[in-house]
Design a binder for this molecule. Structure first.
Ligand code: HMG
Ligand code: MG
Length: 299
């Protein structure tokens, strides 16, 4: 399969990147991060989550973040919604696109959203109906597609029907999440081969955490499988609160550098993206998780 001319990066730093942070992060720092990402040319930014603040305290201020950001009409600003309550809160905050999230394993589903996989899919149906009537687009996630912190290895055959169900209920795109970053390039290729028999490749995205240092290889393996949407996190921020030890997503700067090297268009300015990552890394008081950013800063 030939490589695509254009790839869309879904910037999940403000959500997946920050959701696991124990230290308080001000609304203004989050707003600044999203505005910096808009300035860098990202066309899609996941800004926050409308989830229970008891489960994920860091996302509690998401409505305020939405109220504070400078939105450009050409950019999608999205939020996670696990149930109808979350969807309604997102709608009230003016959100125009939401993401629902299911898991490939029962244990992760219970830990993450306190219900079985099939109950979670049932819970999403009223969200889909409400979203349709309000003209809100819905993206779907499947977590633990290559491994689960509680159940171990996960087969592609386990993932495919869940991705299919999300697509069939109306998700325009389904992002496959290697939540704990254990997958390797061969597993990734097989995953997309198997899942694409149920959901067209144009409706699939890759979401790779870099815990085992495999994320960039997995992005390349996905490109070879005809996938052209990837979730990434500026400065490699993050992790999932319900997957202990899981590190951040692949750093957006590192994916962008790879794509630029392959001659693939994204519309993103690498220098501005690096500046955005540096600023939030300083706010958090930690070193930048992007190798490309570190190399550039050292020059
Ligand atoms: P529950 O405790 O079963 O919910 O949680 P409940 O319906 O029984 O309600 C309990 C309380 O939560 C009630 O409040 C509700 O009002 C409230 P109380 O009466 O106790 O004061 N509540 C809410 N509050 C705010 N917003 C809401 C909401 N819903 C109920 N939407 C629930 C179920 C789904 C709410 C909970 O488990 C939850 O919020 N989970 C979120 C977990 C999460 O955000 N995980 C991280 C994102 S997923 C991820 O990172 C993976 C991904 O990146 C892909 C990958 O890497 O694989 C996407
Ligand atoms: Mg994630």
């Amino acid at each position: 399969m030939s490589l695509p001319n254009h790839v869309r990066l879904v910037e999940v730093g403000p959500r997946d990147g920050l959701q696991n942070e124990a230290q308080p992060i001000s609304v203004s720092a989050k707003v600044r991060l999203v505005d910096d990402l808009t300035e860098a040319g990202l066309a899609y930014i996941e800004v926050g989550s409308f989830v229970s603040p008891k489960w994920v305290p860091q996302m509690a201020g998401s409505a305020e973040v939405f109220a504070g950001i400078q939105q450009r009409p050409s950019v999608t600003y999205a939020a996670l919604a696990p149930n109808l309550r979350g969807f309604e809160d997102a709608l009230a905050a003016g959100v125009k696109e939401v993401a629902v999230f299911a898991a490939a394993t029962e244990a992760f589903s219970q830990r993450n959203i306190n219900c079985s996989v099939s109950d979670s899919l049932k819970r999403f149906k009223p969200i889909m109906a409400a979203a349709r009537s309000h003209g809100v687009r819905v993206r779907g996630y499947v977590s633990c597609v290559l491994g689960c912190p509680y159940e171990g290895k996960v087969s592609a055959e386990q993932v495919a029907p869940i991705a299919r169900e999300l697509r069939d209920m109306g998700c325009y795109e389904v992002s496959l999440g290697d939540t704990i970053g254990t997958g390797t390039a061969g597993d990734t290729r097989r995953l997309f081969e198997v899942v694409s028999a149920q959901v067209p490749r144009e409706q699939l995205a890759g979401h790779f955490h870099d815990t085992y240092g495999q994320a960039l290889a997995n992005v390349y393996a996905s490109l070879l499988e005809g996938i052209n949407v990837f979730d990434s996190s500026v400065a490699g921020l993050g992790g999932c609160p319900y997957a202990k030890g899981a590190t951040g997503n692949i750093a957006s700067e590192d994916v962008l550098y790879l794509l630029q090297g392959l001659g693939i268009e994204t519309g993103i300015d690498l220098d501005r993206l690096i500046a955005a990552g540096q600023r939030i890394s300083q706010v958090l008081g930690r070193s930048n998780g992007s190798r490309v950013a570190r190399a550039r800063m050292a020059q």
